[in-house]
Design a protein around this ligand. Structure first.
Ligand SMILES: [Fe+2]
Length: 367
């Protein structure tokens, strides 16, 4: 799409595109979004213009289009000059409510057999120059990635994680190494018990975006891991259980984490959606659900809806089951996939940690 012509009106500047569409940008918006070096800091990209220092109806002196760059310039009566790049004008051509994107380029899967290309790669590839792109795209598409041939050490795992972005701190520390033989475990994750499908951090306002796990020592029976695509469950419920889907979009379920000197609590629906109804986050942890009570009829409807989700998540044929073994690093999208673990006997030592969701998205934008 190219700019064919521009036309000044009382309402604003009309941009006539070569596909015959017309966008009318208000004058005040143009001034507020000026990208000239005095209005938008060239390094930080932070707004410098004092948008509200001039009246909304500040008069325009002159407007012109640079035919080569397709940038638009506005000279105001106070002699200041605004520059609007083609890129910005094109991207803002159609007005819309600002909102978070749904899962972009995600191929959701209702069973492991629906995964088109199995998301795995080797350590050497990830640590090479172009490896991150493949790693990120696997998570974006399928929700997880396995990195094989990784040295079975905490140091190598930490290095792998830092290849992506800084590691997020949490109540469990920054980068953790643990086994299933702790005297006083802080979480069921650090025991040999089975754990139902869940997402981490339902008790945090901002749940971890990505989770990485590496089993660096294993002399155990059992302890199989399961991954379940929460996005696929959401779309299944939207289609086949629309009333239950609505309930899970609306009721903000409290999650909690209680220890001697810690009491974390946050509220989030199972399905967080944007204005277009697209799923932007799945949160589910029945183990960490805090008490809440609705009117009796509403409570019944909640239990039915939550039960449908629970049963879908526990359907064996929805689950990708595998065993974490030394050398294979698992990273998954904690805003999309649920993870679970079977009970085990014997000894396991694991290490891993979290990345923030925004750092994952940042890497996707910039890679
Ligand atoms: Fe977990």
């Amino acid at each position: 799409m190219k700019i064919k012509s521009i036309n000044s009106t009382d309402e604003g500047l009309e941009i006539c595109w070569d596909n015959k569409n017309v966008s009318c940008f208000p004058w005040f918006w143009l001034r507020d979004h000026s990208e000239s070096i005095v209005d938008l800091h060239p390094d930080t990209k932070q707004r410098q213009i004092d948008s509200f220092s001039v009246p909304f109806n500040n008069t325009v002196n002159k407007v012109w289009l640079d035919e080569i760059t397709q940038n638009v310039y506005v000279k105001w009566e106070d002699q200041s000059e605004s520059c609007l790049s083609y890129t910005l004008l094109e991207c803002m051509a159609i007005p819309s409510q600002p909102q978070s994107n749904g899962f972009q380029s995600a191929d959701f899967w209702n069973s492991p057999s629906e995964i088109k290309i199995f998301p795995e790669m080797c350590y050497e590839e990830l640590m090479s120059n172009n490896g991150i792109k493949n790693w990120l795209e696997n998570i974006q598409k399928v929700g997880f990635v396995l990195v094989n041939n990784t040295p079975a050490t905490a140091e190598a795992t930490k290095e792998l994680m830092e290849r992506i972005a800084y590691i997020r701190s949490s109540i469990f520390g920054k980068f953790s190494v643990w086994d299933n033989k702790l005297d006083t475990p802080d979480d069921t994750a650090f025991t040999s018990l089975a754990i139902e499908p869940h997402t981490d951090g339902t008790y945090l306002h901002d749940a971890p975006g990505l989770q990485t796990l590496h089993c660096i020592r294993r002399d155990a029976e059992g302890g199989e891991n399961q991954l379940i695509d929460g996005l696929a469950i959401a779309e299944t419920m939207r289609k086949y259980h629309p009333a239950a889907f609505e309930i899970l979009c609306n009721i903000k379920i409290p999650g909690r984490y209680i220890k001697t000197e810690t009491y974390l609590k946050a509220y989030r629906p199972v399905f967080r959606v944007n204005d277009d109804g697209e799923i932007i986050q799945v949160s589910f942890n029945n183990h960490d659900r805090a008490p809440f009570r609705l009117d009796n009829s509403e409570m019944v409807r909640f239990y039915e809806a939550y039960g449908i989700f629970h049963n879908l998540a526990n359907q064996v044929d929805r689950q990708f089951e595998f065993c974490l073994v030394p050398g294979t690093v698992l990273t998954f999208d904690n805003w999309r996939l649920l993870h679970a673990r079977s009970a085990l006997t014997g000894y396991r030592q694991l290490c891993g940690g979290y990345h923030n969701r925004e750092d994952f998205e940042s890497k996707l934008r910039t890679i």
